[in-house]
Design a protein around this ligand. Structure first.
Ligand SMILES: CC(=O)SCCNC(=O)CCNC(=O)[C@H](O)C(C)(C)COP(=O)(O)OP(=O)(O)OC[C@H]1O[C@@H](n2cnc3c(N)ncnc32)[C@H](O)[C@@H]1OP(=O)(O)O
Ligand SMILES: CC(=O)C(=O)O
Length: 552
């Protein structure tokens, strides 16, 4: 069938429904170093709800005070709010099991219980007989169903268990299904399974009588295969997928929904065969959703994250940039806008004239294709990157360098000299404290101006010499002062790198202003203060260039 007809017929094909189950607030919270507050759980749940997942697993009621309070608050969500717990212990009835009671008493529409399905774990971790375990699974699920809840059974260690004793692993999930579980979720708990075996085992489970539209898949990323394993399970017939935002989760994480959702929406055969609750509009918000979690975790977003990472659509190499400018399809597997991301063509030592002209155009610098300045700028960029500069993350410094070479860089002020000192001394409480002071002398319109600044914050803490220097530089720039008053330094990164044969310090500074602009500059020197000052100067100059430019 030709492409045209395939597209035409698409609306008449019936798609199967795939259900998306998010466990960021439960398995995601099992990540080392992660502990969500109540407000953070609320914010993440609202983000997931807007994204369109079908189930939000909120945590384990009764396991800790925050999870209990979160369930007590009975959040209003479009998605099915789900409590997580474990099957009852041997020796207790389901009705009298304290841990199970706490989960049931959370009064959620759905409850997911984890239970053992690997004989080795039943005997080693639980210390009970294989039959007792099956009985615990059966009674626990029956109890949920008798309470009117949608019951899910997380079959822990299912793939390892199936490989060791398939009859027993199957008997466990069949007991849960027969007891009324809506979903049997096959878990690759240790994350060691590979896609081919996941596909085969899911297929065998379905052939043995458990319908695919009652099967879920929960994978861990210990071999970097969580997403691939999830897709293999869908291909074999599973119809619920579990995962987390940004792949958060125990050890190496869970299947990453910020990769899986775009795959299911945009890639064949999933796009044509399956429907999920995530709309096209929600998918365009997935990068933002990913950032919400990073912000909460105070993590720098992973630049190479598929679909949502800052580098996912960055074309650094000259050959790529040249072709991309002719047609983006040459080096992009999807349109970045579909996932709320954007294309970038940075300048660097891997760049050719195509990157360069694109960058210059973005800065409103129109240079003809045969202008010799292009070659000079390219040379200069490559020379300076060899000295330790890095322009692909500091595009404002690149623009200043190009403007200078093109004779289009206004000179707002001239720095005559600067000085920084750091002193350790006793304060009035007889405690040793630091004090950084900076002095900057500039000449503006023939007039010399000297500014001195300390780096003390409101609490009396020293913020360091670079802070003092930036305050002194931005203290009195005469006619330009008002233009830089809304400029904020948002990040400051220092790296020791190789500049030619010597180690040098590279400083990258990120700034933003009240007009919503953000820009980054770079400075390099053997001396950290000089490198910082160079980056600061570029940052101030870039801001003045923008604010003095005539309106477009
Ligand atoms: C694969 C997964 O990721 S499942 C999710 C795991 N998540 C968590 O463990 C986070 C929340 N957990 C907790 O806060 C605590 O572990 C609690 C409150 C649930 C239990 O705490 P404690 O009662 O102190 O038990 P502890 O954590 O030491 O050990 C777990 C107990 O549960 C038993 N258990 C484990 N799995 C199951 C199960 N599926 N069904 C019944 N009992 C189970 C273990 O045998 C052990 O009992 P034992 O101490 O009698 O040997
Ligand atoms: C239940 C679960 O998180 C697991 O088996 O990995």
């Amino acid at each position: 069938m030709c492409w045209f007809y395939a597209r035409k017929l698409e609306p008449f094909m019936t798609k199967e429904r795939l259900y998306v189950y998010d466990t960021t607030l439960r398995d995601g919270q099992q990540t080392q170093g992660v502990q969500f507050s109540l407000a953070e759980k609320q914010q993440i749940a609202a983000t997931l709800d807007a994204l369109g997942v079908d189930y939000i697993e909120g945590g384990w009621p009764g396991a800790n005070p925050i999870d209990s309070a979160w369930f007590d608050s009975q959040p209003k969500l479009r998605a099915t709010f789900t409590a997580f717990g474990m099957t009852k212990r041997a020796g207790h009835s389901a009705e009298n099991d304290t841990a199970l009671n706490a989960v049931v008493n959370a009064n959620t529409a759905a409850v997911c219980l984890v239970g053992k399905t690997h004989d080795f774990h039943v005997e080693t971790a639980l210390g009970i007989t294989l039959d007792e375990n099956i009985e615990n699974i059966r009674r626990s699920i029956e109890h949920l169903v008798s309470q009117g809840r949608e019951a899910l059974f997380d079959a822990e260690h299912f793939f390892d268990g199936y490989k060791a004793n398939p009859d027993y692993a199957r008997a466990c999930i069949q007991a849960a299904f027969a007891a009324g579980a809506r979903w049997i979720v096959l878990c690759d708990t240790n994350g060691g399974a590979l896609p081919a075996e996941v596909g085969q085992i899911v297929q065998e489970v379905i052939t043995a009588g458990l319908p695919g539209d009652h099967l879920g898949i929960h994978t861990h990323n210990d071999t970097e295969n969580a997403v691939a394993n999830t897709l293999a399970a869908i291909d074999a017939g599973a119809r619920q997928i579990q995962g987390t935002l940004n792949g958060l989760g125990e050890r190496c994480g869970n299947a990453n929904l910020t990769s899986l959702l775009p795959i299911l929406k945009l890639k064949e055969p999933y796009r044509s065969n399956y429907e999920i609750g995530v709309t096209d509009a929600a998918l365009r918000d997935i990068k933002r959703a990913s950032r919400v979690l990073d912000d909460i975790l105070n993590r720098i977003p992973a630049p190479q994250a598929p679909f949502v990472g800052a580098s996912a659509f960055v074309h650094k190499a000259g050959l790529h940039a040249s072709a991309i400018l002719k047609n983006p399809v040459t080096y992009e597997h999807i349109d970045p806008a579909l996932v709320g991301n954007q294309r970038d063509i940075p300048m660097s030592n891997q760049a050719g004239q195509s990157n360069l002209r694109k960058r210059l155009k973005e800065a409103n610098l129109i240079v003809e294709k045969d202008d010799p300045a292009l070659g000079r700028i390219l040379e200069l960029v490559k020379e300076r990157e060899a000295q330790g500069y890095s322009y692909d993350t500091a595009q404002a410094s690149f623009e200043i360098l190009a403007r200078r070479e093109l004779g289009l860089c206004p000179v707002f002020f001239e720095v005559k000299r600067y000085k920084v000192s750091v002193e350790r001394r006793k304060n009035k409480y007889n405690r040793m404290v630091s004090l950084s002071e900076a002095l900057v002398v500039v000449r503006i319109d023939g007039e010399k101006k000297m500014s001195v600044s300390e780096s003390m914050d409101e609490l009396g803490n020293d913020r360091g010499p670079v802070n003092a220097l930036s305050k002194a530089l931005a203290k009195d720039l005469g006619p330009y002062q008002a233009m830089i008053d809304d400029m904020n330094l948002t990040d400051y990164k220092v790296r020791i790198t190789q500049g030619g044969t010597e180690a040098v310090t590279r400083v990258v500074i990120d700034c933003e202003d009240s007009k919503g602009r953000s820009w980054a500059t770079v400075g390099v020197s053997a001396n950290i203060v000089d490198a910082s000052f160079e980056a600061l100067l570029d940052a101030v100059n870039w801001k003045l260039i923008r604010d003095t430019a005539p309106p477009a």
